[in-house]
Design a protein. Structure first.
Length: 58
């Protein structure tokens, strides 16, 4: 099997579309991910001195 054949087989396998979800399911999944990310970040303490000073300019 050539590399091109292998790549084509992998590409063809990846082209299969996942099951369609509704907007409500997407929103619920996003909220769960945000809560999980927040919980993971809450485990760490970062001192203020670590963060760079910057100002937003419009």
């Amino acid at each position: 099997m050539r590399r091109r054949d292998l790549a084509w087989a992998l590409f063809a396998g990846a082209a299969v579309a996942p099951a369609q979800t509704t907007a409500v399911e997407d929103l619920t999944a996003a909220r769960v991910r945000v809560k999980g990310n927040g919980a993971e970040l809450a485990k760490f303490s970062i001192p203020i001195a670590t963060e760079p000073a910057f100002a937003f300019k419009a």
